[in-house]
Design a protein around this ligand. Structure first.
Ligand code: SF4
Length: 289
């Protein structure tokens, strides 16, 4: 039905449909679900997202390694202090993204959308948008289908794997999916949703994958927190009318080429970037001895 964003946009414009409506139609046709089954599955997904994004807000959820844990609660408490620089909304979104990352690092249940490493961005984005815009769960489900469509385009035409394309492919893709979802939930057009997705990827084009000790914890959790902020500012730019000069398909292609050009040391091998700093190496020796 569509492989590229340009094809998706054409269908949306021709049939006067939102991205989520086109994706739902496609899922029913290609996966053989009826509408009820499809919605039931997405509501289950949403519930797991809600649980993971809130689990660590009021208690420390530490990983076995001790590399991560407790930051969701710290940021939530900081937000509640009323003294933040970037405001309650941004800090609340970061706390939720940290929460899912911490649940993931402690081997809890998360939705790997698009991957476990980047699993904090999308749940935080839709739940924060729900609070801000007074959205129903049904609206969030639509947002999730929009995210599915954008993630599928990236996976088909590039990669969502840090080992293949660096963190731009993981946290970048998650932020792109989230940005598109936010725009649709906020009432933006399909073009604006794709522009927002393109901005989110553009903003971190070239980001390397360098997990300390090879564990999906640090800097991963930080990049989930900043990833949801990236999604919101990208959505805001698109909703304000800022247009992407480079179409989304070309941004995706460029991300893939940049990923391919990255040395292996910067693609999840823990041989470069922060993993190769003296502190990163010391952590690795301590944890892996
Ligand atoms: S740094 Fe690597 S492992 Fe961590 S979230 Fe990014 S892509 Fe995933």
């Amino acid at each position: 039905m569509f492989n590229k964003a340009s094809e998706l946009l054409e269908i949306c414009n021709d049939k006067n449909l939102s991205i989520s409506e086109v994706v739902i139609e496609k899922e029913i046709k290609s996966n053989g679900f009826n509408m009820e089954e499809l919605m039931d599955r997405m509501y289950e997904t949403l519930q797991v997202m809600k649980d993971s994004a809130t689990a660590a807000l009021d208690k420390e959820v530490k990983s076995l390694s001790g590399l991560t844990g407790g930051n969701s609660k710290k940021v939530e408490d900081y937000k509640n202090s009323g003294k933040t620089l970037s405001g309650a909304f941004i800090n609340s979104a970061m706390a939720k993204a940290f929460s899912t990352s911490e649940v993931n690092a402690s081997m809890g249940k998360i939705v790997a959308a698009p991957t476990a490493g980047a699993s904090g961005i999308l749940p935080s984005a839709i739940l924060s948008a729900q609070e801000k815009l007074n959205l129903t769960d049904e609206d969030l489900i639509k947002g999730l289908f929009t995210a599915v469509g954008i993630g599928e385009i990236i996976a088909k035409n590039a990669t969502i794997s840090g080992a293949e394309g660096g963190c731009q492919a993981e946290c970048g893709s998650a932020a792109a999916m989230a940005a598109g979802a936010i725009v649709e939930m906020a009432g933006g057009t399909p073009q604006a949703a794709l522009d927002a997705a393109g901005f989110a990827l553009t903003n971190i084009l070239g980001l390397v994958c360098d997990p300390i000790a090879g564990l999906v914890e640090y800097p991963c959790a930080l990049r989930n927190a900043s990833g949801v902020v990236n999604a919101f500012i990208s959505a805001d730019m698109a909703l304000a009318g800022v247009q992407s000069i480079v179409p989304f398909d070309e941004v995706v292609e460029s991300m893939y080429k940049v990923g391919k050009a990255m040395p292996e040391s910067l693609r999840e091998t823990a041989l470069g970037g922060l993993a190769a700093t003296p502190t990163g190496i010391a952590c690795s020796k301590r944890l892996l001895k």
